[in-house]
Write a protein that binds this ligand. Structure first.
Ligand code: NAI
Ligand code: 15L
Length: 268
């Protein structure tokens, strides 16, 4: 049966807020969880991913989980370890113990961030390109994808790992013209990931059908995802402001963009 009650972790965040607006129209009843309280949502669960008892209770009885909670940019290894690596493990354990059948995991393009971006005319980046994290943050997403594979192989817990590009109301850089996922397409993709049959562990790129797309959306489309948006209408203004991506500039050379060379707190 199609999932109805869905736990949304990271519900206070940017993407969580967008999805709280968009997913109910697909018929889901969302249970919300975040470290931070959410204004206007008195029933939201305020809990840290380190709190195993709270997670066990939070996942009890849901049909699926969309796991967005975690640090969403580069940070010290210790912080990434606690929130993204141990936190994601704690959530998977709670789901396994409570028999939740499926998780949609917010992976990131930064799991493969050191992959050179395709030049015009090059083939699209395939989904089975090797992990090449560009940060400790990206490394935690590579870990999450492997954890998801383990929980499928060992426990039969299904996951769709979505390597999200940039999901914001509008693209704001030249790189984002290639990897942007409109919020409406994000909701379409999460809906497909929740409802497709027999996903086992499927990894997909998460973006709109951008004219300047860098990666192969076929595994996402195989779930039933039909993207409706394209960043190209924003291109003229963004390119006029920033210029096209330039050869020889490190931050322009890889999928991960500036994450390869300017994490804000490097060196650790
Ligand atoms: P965000 O930083 O706005 O939201 C993350 C939320 O997780 C925050 O509300 C935060 O309080 C919560 N959180 C952090 N650590 C926690 C912990 N230990 N326990 C409980 N809650 C915790 O990030 P955003 O942009 O909403 O991203 C959501 C997810 O999607 C993240 O996992 C991020 O890595 C991933 N992602 C997002 C992309 C985007 O374009 N927005 C791109 C690629 C991946
Ligand atoms: C991510 O993984 C981040 O969570 C998001 O804030 C953006 O920086 C995005 O990647 C990106 O690559 O633009």
């Amino acid at each position: 049966p199609a999932p109805r009650t869905v736990l949304l972790t990271g519900a206070a965040g940017g993407l969580g807020t967008l999805m709280r607006d968009l997913l109910p129209s697909y018929g889901y009843e969302l249970r919300l969880l975040d470290l931070r309280p959410i204004e206007g949502e008195p029933d939201a669960i305020t809990a840290d991913l380190s709190d195993r008892a709270a997670l066990r209770e939070a996942v009890r009885g849901v049909d699926a989980i969309i796991h967005l909670a975690g640090i969403s940019l580069e940070a010290s290894f210790d912080k990434i370890l606690a929130s993204n690596i141990e936190g994601t493990y704690n959530l998977y354990e709670a789901a396994r113990e409570e028999g939740v059948p499926r998780i949609v995991f917010a992976s990131s393009n930064h799991a493969v961030g050191y992959t050179p971006r395709p030049e015009a005319g090059d083939p699209l980046i395939p989904i089975d390109t090797p992990h090449r994290p560009d940060t400790f943050y990206g490394l935690s997403k590579s870990f999450g994808e492997d954890l998801a594979q383990l929980y499928w192989d060992k426990h039969g817990l299904e996951t769709v790992s979505v390597r999200i590009g940039s999901c914001f109301p509008e693209p704001s850089s030249v790189r984002m013209l290639s990897i942007w996922m409109s919020p409406a397409d994000g909701a379409r993709l999460f809906h497909a990931a929740l409802t497709a049959e027999d996903v086992q562990h499927t990894v997909v790129y998460g973006s709109s059908a951008n004219t300047r797309l860098w990666w192969d959306l076929s595994t996402a489309r195989a779930l039933g995802y039909e993207p409706q948006d394209d960043s190209e209408p924003y291109a003229e203004k963004i390119v006029a402001e920033h210029g096209e991506l330039r050869p020889g500039v490190e931050a322009h050379a890889y999928l991960g963009g500036h994450f390869v060379n300017d994490p804000p707190i490097w060196p650790y």
